[in-house]
Design a protein around this ligand. Structure first.
Ligand SMILES: [Zn+2]
Length: 83
């Protein structure tokens, strides 16, 4: 399937999109209220995209609140995965 006219990266399922959302926050320190915060189903391509508007994804919110995101970030720095 060709890309979507939204120009955004498409994810075949919500679970995969959420995974990418978390991964993005591990890779980049977006700080407060910036970067993608949720995923949504696209009417046009039928797949999922990330969005920086709307309400925050529950899993991302939880990962931030319970420190999981910080742990993943530290782990990825140590592994050098993103360098
Ligand atoms: Zn789309």
């Amino acid at each position: 399937m060709a890309g979507c006219s939204s120009g955004k990266r498409s994810y075949v399922s919500e679970a995969i999109a959420v995974e990418a959302l978390i991964e993005a926050h591990v890779q980049f320190d977006y700080g407060n209220r910036s970067g993608p915060i949720a995923v949504y189903p696209c009417d046009e391509c039928g797949q999922f995209h990330l969005t920086s508007t709307g309400s925050i994804n529950k899993k991302l919110e939880q990962f931030i609140a319970d420190g999981t995101l910080q742990k993943l970030r530290t782990a990825s720095k140590w592994s050098g995965k993103w360098r």
